[in-house]
Design a protein around this ligand. Structure first.
Ligand SMILES: *Cc1c(COP(=O)(O)O)cnc(C)c1O
Length: 377
């Protein structure tokens, strides 16, 4: 389909000179060895104040690896929210483990910590919890539960680059933090991911497994069953370019958020997720809203109207416990009903938030929405 001239993408980020030059420089070098990757890792360790950071080729690879390095017994259970990206459930199942689902709080979109304890069984080993849309769940309660039941915490920060919790950048809360650098994320390499941890043991294991577990004495006598999850040096060049002006990138995201919020906060039937005090330096990944019952038309109708005007949006995730392919395969999935996650699935969506969207474009989008809101139901 040909794109309309005035088309506004939901999340396209454009690269600047820094990134383009870094890639060209890499391509001109005679080798494609991993020097950029190593440098990117070192810089990100500093940025996130972590001892170890490991670059991989996607956020999904990072999640699979982050779970793998704990060596949980087969069929152990990992608790995760219903409203989550599909990759959470894939990474659990691909590790021969079982996901167990907990609903979210409707106002913050974060996992409801009061339900977690009810879902803990003898087989529970870990909590896989995202800082969804850049908002922060109630980590105080969550950490208490993790301590009480000796559970590991895997913190998914794919949507929360640069956000802080109690003055520290996200990625520091769990035993392991996972990031994505996919093209619509706040920092991007096109495709890419990262694991951060302060544990030498976990970092060592992840480093081995991400690179085919090559043998030390004899390279081709592999010391374990490994993956090739390496990031390319070209992707790392893009990432390094992005890091050079990271503060302006984060500022841009804040501009987009404030502009939408100012325009939409008093509109009947529009809900903007609540940001609790525990979140500092809040950066909303993509601007996310959901419609309440008193909005005159449905989410699907609104999205269609916007699409006709060349404005691309993305619907909220389909909760991972509602995935048909999984329900068919795993009988236990029918047990879970995450009411708030389902509500967001049907009523939530993201407005365009790529780094090149202008204030005028944002105003135009909000005007369309507010005009519709004024119509009586
Ligand atoms: C984007 C995302 C990921 C990882 O995505 P990749 O596309 O594999 O890099 C993981 N979790 C969440 C919550 C995400 O939004």
């Amino acid at each position: 389909m040909a794109l309309k001239k005035k088309f506004i993408s939901y999340g396209k980020n454009v690269y600047g000179k820094e990134e383009i030059n870094a890639v060209i420089k890499t391509l001109k070098r005679t080798t494609q060895m991993s020097s950029n990757v190593n440098l990117f890792e070192r810089k990100l360790c500093k940025f996130f104040s972590k001892k170890y950071s490991l670059m991989v080729n996607s956020g999904t690879s990072a999640l699979i690896l982050a779970i793998k390095i704990f060596d949980f017994p087969k069929n152990s259970e990992i608790i995760t929210p219903g409203l989550n990206f599909g990759t959470a459930v894939s990474s659990i199942i691909l590790n021969d483990l079982q996901p167990v689902f907990v609903d979210i709080e409707r106002d913050t979109l974060q996992i409801n910590p009061d339900i977690i304890e009810k879902r803990i069984s003898k087989k529970t080993r870990a909590l896989l919890i995202p800082n969804l849309i850049g908002n922060i769940p109630d980590w105080i309660k969550i950490k208490k539960i993790a301590k009480k039941y000796k559970l590991k915490i895997i913190e998914d920060c794919a949507e929360s680059h640069g956000v802080e919790y109690k003055g520290k950048k996200v990625g520091s809360i769990g035993d392991v933090g996972v990031f994505s650098f996919f093209s619509n994320k706040t920092i991007t390499c096109g495709e890419g991911g990262m694991i951060v941890t302060n544990s030498f043991k976990l970092a060592k294991k992840a480093r081995l497994l991400k690179n085919l577990a090559y043998g030390i004495k004899n390279r081709f006598m592999h010391s374990d069953i490994g993956f090739n999850y390496r990031m390319s040096n070209i992707s790392a060049a893009l990432g390094l370019g992005q890091l050079k002006n990271i503060s302006s990138k984060l500022k841009e995201k804040k501009r987009i958020y404030s502009r939408y919020k100012k325009n939409l906060k008093n509109i009947k039937g529009i809900k903007i997720p609540k940001i609790k005090d525990r979140t500092s330096n809040f950066i909303m990944w993509l601007f996310n809203i959901y419609l309440e019952k008193n909005f005159p038309i449905s989410r699907n109708e609104l999205v269609k109207i916007l699409e006709k005007k060349g404005i691309e949006t993305r619907n909220a995730f389909v909760p991972i416990n509602k995935q048909k392919v999984l329900i068919k395969k795993y009988k236990t999935y029918k047990r879970y009903n995450c009411i708030n996650s389902n509500y967001i699935m049907n009523n939530g969506f993201y407005l365009p938030s790529g780094n090149n969207i202008t204030n005028q474009q944002i105003d135009k989008i909000c005007k369309i929405i507010s005009t519709i809101a004024l119509k009586s139901k």
